[in-house]
Design a protein around this ligand. Structure first.
Ligand code: PDD
Length: 280
């Protein structure tokens, strides 16, 4: 694989980052994941805009222009022959060559890393046909979840807890209400209504979420942006999650409770179809 590190395209085995990098020592960095379908980047502008926001919220300078970023994404997709897959981008605060809680000087070079992951057939994953099963766990993350930082240990632990119970993912709960999935936004369907938590610092402002809600409204579906409880979720007609890597993924079971008949619901299936049709 060819990867991008600080202005250079290199074989992955030759790419290096300092051991003092604050991304490594302090999880002081942000990231984006953009999917690729048929060689085309999906929702690139949304990811670029959110990246700039994440950097700004952490007092990190925006040094790469959107056009340059797009160019790097395209170059990696081409060089690595990615038909379906993902482009991962990470920008950290870099380092002045020592470990220090205090940020390095403003003009310290940031560390910019991008790489691709090939995932043939990403859009027709078997999981989407079966739906996924989730468990609930308390949301123990910090309270700036709107910033897409690389602090992903807790979400990773959540996934492991789900796997240990033979499930696929975890939904995180705060004050009895669902915040989001470990790496996706969460939705339930009650009758005609699609319910998903409103935007705030409690959740990541999903790029897929924005697109899916727009398509839902255009298709005259009813959307309610409000927090919903775990109990409501278990009693819902259907549920699903959205993210750049899963698009719209039906959820068929929560904490062992089957939703509807335990198969992907019609609203989730339709939204997945619309999303894939419209974004490709
Ligand atoms: N995760 N919520 C969280 C906590 C996330 O980590 C993600 C994305 C989302 C969905 O955002 P988007 O639709 O912009 O991908 C919501 C990425 C895919 C990841 O960590 O791999």
């Amino acid at each position: 694989r060819t990867v991008y590190v600080n202005g250079e395209y290199l074989p992955e085995t030759e790419a290096t980052v300092s051991v003092f990098d604050r991304g490594f020592l302090f999880a002081d960095g942000v990231y984006e994941v953009t999917s690729v379908l048929g060689g085309k980047l999906i929702d690139f502008d949304g990811h670029a805009a959110r990246l700039e926001r994440s950097l700004t919220e952490l007092d990190m300078a925006v040094r790469l222009h959107r056009d340059e970023l797009l160019e790097i994404h395209r170059e990696l997709v081409t060089r690595n022959d990615i038909e379906d897959g993902l482009v991962y981008l990470q920008i950290t605060r870099g380092s002045d060559g020592d470990r220090d809680f205090v940020y390095p000087a403003e003009d310290t070079p940031q560390t910019v890393v991008l790489f691709t992951q090939s995932k043939p057939g990403l859009a027709d994953s078997p999981a989407a046909k079966k739906g996924i099963r989730v468990i609930s766990i308390p949301d123990l993350r910090w309270d700036r979840r709107d910033i897409k930082t690389v602090q992903l240990l807790y979400p990773s632990m959540g996934k492991m807890a789900a796997k240990a119970e033979g499930c696929d993912d975890a939904w995180m709960i705060e004050d009895g209400k669902v915040t989001e999935g470990t790496s996706n936004n969460a939705y339930i369907v009650q009758g005609n209504s699609i319910v998903t938590r409103e935007l705030s610092t409690d959740i990541l402002h999903g790029i897929t979420r924005a697109a899916v809600l727009r398509f839902a409204r255009e298709a005259q579906m009813q959307v309610e942006e409000r927090a919903f409880t775990l109990d409501e979720a278990k009693a819902a007609d259907e549920a699903f999650v959205t993210s750049a890597s899963t698009f719209v993924m039906p959820v068929v079971e929560i904490d062992g409770v089957a939703l509807g008949d335990g198969t992907p619901g019609p609203v989730a299936r339709r939204l997945r179809e619309i999303y894939l049709d419209e974004s490709r």
